[in-house]
Write a protein that binds this ligand. Structure first.
Ligand code: SF4
Length: 290
């Protein structure tokens, strides 16, 4: 347990010393200083963050360009017609995998409507009667009723209560809730201790190497299990380790093909099973009690 904690802190420290956001979508959000601008750009950027990094970056850049330097003022100040005409015309030759210009136009309009009815944090903050995931599931179900159900918009609305990892939602919420680098801390009522990790393939496999689980596929149960393991190290801010762990995979510091030269320099080497040849052992052998 002590080694697990020490290794994660070592990894975090290494990442904090470098602070390279060039391959992370939060860099688009951090270009803005106003919290409402950050929230709107995060709302768009997080939901376009799937697929190859270079493609994601081009997609976010082009979809957000028509919003200018004050995107929230612009979004809240224009009429509904703007989204069906000028905005879609400005990005008519844009497409990102499952998303078309009309999807992004409706998605931004969805954010505007949420602002006009109390704001996004109010819709997602956990309460005494409703957990964070219930709140998220409720908002997702309401958006399904309010937005046209194109393929791209359905892709934006995975419900964690139906087993989805809701990875892009969880990443966006982490950006807004946590205040530690690289996150923004623009939401004050949502406790960081209630965050659940956005599990992608990198987080799934690297935490498997660390003996937190032995599951190959990803689902919401896995997200909760990994979060519980991280809570043993920091109960108040378990997701402080999300960015460092995810970027082990994203930046090629933990390649899918085992490379013992890279492993020898890895901050997680001591607690990682993979270079020692037994990554799929039973959960009863895990180092972390959850
Ligand atoms: S020790 Fe090797 S396999 Fe384990 S996390 Fe580090 S780079 Fe990946």
């Amino acid at each position: 347990m002590k080694n697990f904690q020490t290794s994660l802190l070592f990894l975090e420290n290494k990442v904090l010393n470098i602070k390279d956001l060039s391959r992370d979508p939060i860099r688009f959000v951090r270009q803005f200083k106003n919290p409402k601008d950050q929230e709107l750009i995060g709302w768009i950027a997080a939901h376009l963050s799937y697929g190859r990094v270079e493609g994601i970056q081009k997609a976010i850049e082009k979809a957000t360009k028509p919003l200018g330097d004050r995107p929230s003022d612009k979004a809240l100040g224009v009429s509904h017609d703007y989204w069906t005409r000028e905005y879609q015309s400005a990005i008519h030759d844009w497409k990102w995998r499952f998303h078309k210009p009309s999807d992004i136009a409706h998605w931004i309009r969805g954010w505007v409507e949420i602002q006009q009815s109390g704001g996004l944090e109010q819709r997602l903050v956990p309460t005494k009667k409703s957990t964070a995931d219930n709140q998220l599931g409720l908002l997702i179900e309401n958006l399904k009723k309010d937005l046209p159900m194109s393929y791209g918009l359905r892709f934006n609305l995975p419900n964690p209560n139906e087993g989805s990892t809701a990875k892009r939602w969880r990443m966006m919420i982490r950006w807004f809730v946590r205040s530690g680098w690289p996150d923004l801390g623009i939401w004050s009522r949502y406790p960081p201790s209630d965050l659940i990790i956005p599990v992608d393939v990198h987080i799934g496999r690297i935490t498997r190497y660390l003996g937190i689980h032995n599951q190959k596929g990803v689902n919401n149960k896995l997200a909760i299990r990994i979060t519980e393991a991280l809570r043993t190290v920091d109960p108040m801010d378990p997701l402080r380790f999300d960015y460092p762990l995810a970027h082990m995979g994203i930046d090629g510091n933990c390649p899918t093909k085992l490379n013992l030269t890279i492993c020898a320099l890895c901050p997680l080497y001591e607690v990682c099973d993979r270079p020692k040849g037994y990554p799929y052992k039973n959960l009863k052998d895990t180092k972390v009690t959850i």
